[in-house]
Design a protein around this ligand. Structure first.
Ligand code: GLU
Length: 499
């Protein structure tokens, strides 16, 4: 290995970034910024946008993808937005280079012009199907004479450029995770490297870009293994040093197929909108196919930068386990980020729900202190950030939404009993300092004794009156956070409902 490591993520901006793509980015970052640097090498991670498949481009998806990766905390050293010494980092801006390389290969007899029409290719395919032959180009144009080619060019016939695969021998694709993968050359098609519109196919573009950007390790999805022999042959034909390939494993859905949108939201945006923390996603993605010791489950990005090694990723596919991810998300929310930090993550959701002032989310926000206090109170009950507005609602809004009156009456009690409790509470409240939990608790226990009821029987109507629900954090914390003024109004409302 060299003393510098350069890896890249090369998405096509054709839609939203899937968790599989995000995991590739994470591997690259951990490899370049963790493993390489631990070994005293320079490690750089490059983002390159592969936009040469012009038909599939989706406006805005590159920006969206970059935004999502930043949200995850995965940053690149060079890329379309941050620049770098190997710019441009957008393939369409390098178009002329691919044409030059393709022409060079043609002039050296290592690639050839193919004038076959789509109709002819279709006929070839159909014939192969009838004869039960493997599909592939029949190399019709590989043997055209120079004069024939010139005549077709003069006639302005559109053409592509195909790579002339060696017809004998074998090609070895060395893979960091899988060892040598061996292919018989005669089984490999003469694939198109330059399209008739002058744009390269993935195969040519990826080889030219990885070479010109001095990429040392190519991590990518396993779907590229079957065409990797072509890439190896292209490196040979061009006399370029090959990078190390690491075809990473797939993520499967629980039924064994490829994970897709049908199995719930699996794009980064979907997770973000569903209230997952980036830390939990990183933690989960790291555990898919990798483990430090077979038992540690919580990893911070720093832990991973300390310990992750690319070679230890298992090449076999892993199954997406949403329950595990959800568990990790709750673990992170409940135990692994500070209350202040969690409050800042909850605030955009509260703003969106219209529950706090629309103002920049930071510690200067007018309700920052309130939200921190509520977050401390409710932290253990939050599994997804999306749940926070509902859990915090009765603390933040003045008027409770209508609730079922029956909730006010505990089991084995009558409405009249609940009314007595609420009446006594109304009398007690003006003299109570709700911030003094000991005093409040003593007062309510005394109230229970006076009414000859159990504390639980007394607490229930008060809790429901204060919150509109049967469950809340500890009663005295809850009463203090609701505040005396609102509490008095809510007890009155409950008495009206019962009366
Ligand atoms: N643009 C390719 C893709 O999105 C990149 C594959 C690679 O990393 O080489 O699958």
């Amino acid at each position: 290995m060299t003393d510098h490591i350069r890896v890249r993520f090369a998405p096509s901006p054709t839609g939203s970034l899937h968790i599989g793509g995000a995991r590739l980015v994470m591997y690259n970052v951990l490899f370049a910024h963790g493993e390489a640097r631990r070994e005293g090498k320079t490690g750089k991670f490059i983002l390159r946008i592969e936009d040469t498949d012009r038909k599939r481009l989706i406006e805005g998806s590159a920006e969206n993808l970059m935004e999502g990766l930043r949200w995850l905390g995965l940053n690149w050293d060079e890329g379309p937005d941050v620049g770098g010494p190997y710019a441009p980092y957008v393939q369409s801006e390098r178009k002329h280079r691919y044409g030059e390389v393709a022409e060079q290969l043609v002039s050296e007899g290592k690639a050839y012009r193919c004038f076959c029409t789509p109709e002819r290719l279709q006929e070839v395919r159909e014939q192969q199907q009838r004869e039960k032959l493997p599909p592939g180009y029949d190399r019709h144009c590989r043997n055209l004479s120079a004069e024939e080619v010139q005549a077709k060019l003069d006639a302005g016939e559109p053409h592509v450029i195909r790579f002339a695969m060696p017809l004998e021998g074998e090609t070895i694709v060395p893979d960091l995770l899988r060892g040598d993968i061996v292919y018989q050359n005669d089984k490999i098609d003469d694939l198109v490297i330059l399209k008739s519109d002058g744009f390269p196919t993935y195969h040519l573009a990826v080889v030219v870009d990885d070479h010109e950007m001095d990429i040392t390790h190519v991590t990518r999805g396993p779907e590229w293994i079957p065409t990797a022999p072509l890439h190896v042959q292209l490196y040979k034909a061009l006399g370029w040093e090959m990078p190390i390939f690491a075809h990473m494993p797939l993520i499967l859905n629980p039924n064994g197929g490829k994970l897709s949108k049908r199995h719930g939201g699996v794009s980064l945006n979907d997770f973000r909108e569903a209230g997952y923390l980036p830390e939990a996603l990183i933690n989960y993605m790291a555990l898919l196919g990798w483990s430090l010791d077979g038992k540690t489950e919580i990893y911070t990005m720093d832990d991973l930068l300390q310990h992750f090694t690319l070679e230890k990723v298992s090449p076999s596919p892993s199954t997406f386990d949403r329950a595990k991810l959800d568990w990790l998300n709750a673990q992170w929310i409940n135990h692994h980020i500070s209350t202040e930090d969690l409050a800042l993550r909850v605030m955009p959701w509260l703003i969106e729900a219209g529950m706090i002032t629309e103002a920049p989310v930071n510690s200067d926000h007018p309700q920052y202190g309130t939200v921190v206090a509520l977050t401390g109170l409710l932290k253990d009950r939050i599994h997804f950030l999306t749940e926070a507005p509902d859990l915090m609602s009765y603390f933040l809004i003045d008027e409770l939404p209508d609730y079922d009156t029956a909730l006010l009456v505990p089991k084995k009690m009558e409405a009249a009993d609940a009314l007595k409790v609420l009446h006594a509470t109304s009398e007690l409240l003006p003299n109570l300092n709700l911030d003094d939990h000991e005093q409040t608790e003593a007062a309510f226990r005394e109230l229970a004794e006076g009414l000859e009821m159990k504390p639980g029987q007394v607490f229930m109507p008060i809790r429901v009156a204060a919150t509109g629900r049967a469950q809340s954090p500890g009663l005295f914390d809850t009463l203090a956070a609701v505040g005396k003024e609102r509490l008095i109004a809510r007890i009155d409302l409950a008495r009206e409902k019962l009366g």
